[in-house]
Design a protein around this ligand. Structure first.
Ligand SMILES: [Zn+2]
Length: 505
């Protein structure tokens, strides 16, 4: 071990789509004895704040890099969302229309390794020399060995266990991996299909606890347990929307045609759970539209009158919030426009976020015209930041984690700065799930995750194992603190792009 290192190895386990509240409840009920034991003797936090939007990407990439979306030619990760349109104009003469990146497509998911860009580094790339193992982590850049998608969740964590039993199977120097990342996607699949309250979903989390128990046993038998840290987290929580709504006929009726990336035709591209991300044509599909172009939008229908897209999107049932960027924004300075509709009286309130700086130096100021859009005035903590001054990510998290709009003021500029951002983001408050992707309603599930509420934004964090890990319960932290904490345990400095800091300090 180097002088300041407290452990030789770290194992990071990410279960997809488990709410902090649920994991800690099942631990308390004795359903997850192995995770509970790690938590009892190590670090635990019930209010670990993930990124917004609380969807697998960007959240997963932000855990693995310790960074957030941003103006990626200069800073931050290039991944603003699960779906995005690349507006970069190709240098080739044959200009194919811009592609739609959709990480639920098999052909797209591994492209994340390139999409995150060169200005951020994965935990494998930040941990110095050593062997690195990715057990189905689709973001594996910098790992020595990676396994592809496993159909059985037990095989994923078994893969890590096997390497501790027999490191020479994969690594010629016979050393166990310094960093192992194990990712279980199956929990997310069951959550969407059956829900967080379904026995099949709960039983899968219980089985994951058993695999973790088996891994702990092997670490003890092979003598590695005492110098290994095991971290357990999830990428986001979840919620159940009481209403679903089919948007396919809605857009037809409005006369808006979905974008076709093969032909380059159509008027809009969108994906919506409870939060919706809309892309529109600017001067071409390679250009983001200006605010005025969206207010007087020319559709592809010949002879059609111009449309005000903002007015059309307000007609989507349940939509209460709308966010879009100012035309004059750049990476270091800009304005995000905010609107909230009172559904009862159909009155729209307006505000804005002013941002400056980037990465960990980004500061944001929230101002509103008449009414506070997010209810921050109602809490003693959050209203302290309504002081017409700019604040850091940690200040926003600390002040807003007990509200329904956690850290939104910091996160929206990081999304909209990214050249791959959407043009208009809309949101409801968890009352509707639209299940809409690129022209099609993809199902009738009421279960979703994406909004800025506690159910969706709070993930569990547990770090246990070696006695070198202090026993501490944290009130609040963020998922970008995980990588710097694990690097701290390994005696390593995080890369300059890392937003978070070690929770051990
Ligand atoms: Zn996920």
């Amino acid at each position: 071990m180097s002088r300041s290192a407290r452990v030789n190895q770290v194992i990071l386990i990410i279960l997809d789509d488990v709410r902090a509240e649920h994991l800690f409840k099942w631990m308390k009920e004795g359903k997850l004895p192995n995770i509970a034991q790690l938590a009892d003797n190590g670090v635990s936090c019930k209010n670990t704040v993930t990124s917004f939007p609380s969807v697998t990407l960007p959240c997963y990439a932000d855990i693995i890099t310790g960074s957030n979306s941003g103006y990626f030619p200069k800073e931050g990760s290039g991944v603003p969302n699960y779906h995005w349109i690349d507006r970069t104009i190709p240098s080739s003469v044959k200009k194919k229309p811009p592609l739609i990146r959709n990480y639920s497509e098999r052909r797209d998911v591994l492209k994340i390794n390139k999409d995150i860009g060169k200005n951020v580094k994965t935990i494998f790339e930040q941990a110095g020399d050593g062997n690195f193992l990715s057990a189905t982590s689709f973001l594996y850049r910098g790992s020595t060995f990676t396994t592809s998608k496993e159909f059985k969740p037990e095989l994923i964590l078994k893969r890590i266990e096997d390497i501790y039993n027999n490191p020479k199977e994969l690594f010629s120097n016979k050393e166990v991996p310094k960093v192992s990342v194990g990712y279980v996607p199956h929990t997310d699949d069951l959550m969407h299909k059956k829900g967080f309250d379904h026995p099949d979903y709960i039983n899968l989390v219980i089985r994951c606890d058993e695999f973790i128990g088996s891994l702990i046993k092997t670490l003890k038998e092979t003598g590695y347990y005492e110098d290994t840290a095991i971290a357990i987290t999830t990428d986001h929580g979840n919620y159940k929307a009481p209403n679903i709504f089919d948007l396919e006929p809605f857009f037809k009726e409005k006369g808006l045609k979905p974008y076709n990336p093969i032909k380059g035709s159509g008027d809009f591209d969108a994906n919506l759970g409870g939060v919706g991300f809309f892309n529109f044509r600017g001067d071409s599909w390679f250009h983001h539209p200006t605010v005025n172009q969206m207010k007087e939008y020319n559709t592809s229908e010949i002879g059609a009158t111009k449309m005000n897209l903002f007015e059309i999107l307000w007609d989507i049932p349940g939509i209460e919030l709308m966010y879009y960027k100012d035309d004059n924004n750049n990476a270091e300075k800009g304005i995000i426009h905010l609107e909230r509709r009172d559904l009862k009286i159909n009155k729209i309130s307006r505000g804005r976020i002013e941002y400056s700086g980037y990465g960990k130096h980004q500061k944001t100021k929230y101002v509103f015209d008449d009414d506070d859009l997010f209810g921050y005035v109602n809490s003693e903590k959050s209203c302290t930041l309504l002081d017409n001054k700019s604040h850091t990510i940690n200040e926003w998290i600390e002040a807003t984690y007990q509200t329904n709009f956690i850290n939104l003021i910091d996160q929206l500029p990081r999304h909209f700065k990214n050249p791959r951002s959407c043009d208009i983001m809309v949101s409801n408050t968890g009352l509707y799930n639209y299940n809409y992707e690129h022209g099609h309603t993809k199902g009738t599930s009421p279960f979703s995750h994406d909004i800025a509420s506690q159910k969706s934004m709070f993930v569990p964090l547990i770090i246990g194992g070696s006695l070198e890990i202090p026993k501490m319960e944290l009130e609040v932290c963020k998922t970008t603190d995980i990588v710097p904490t694990l690097l701290d345990l390994l005696g390593k400095e995080p890369h300059s792009s890392v937003l978070g800091e070690s929770v051990l300090n």
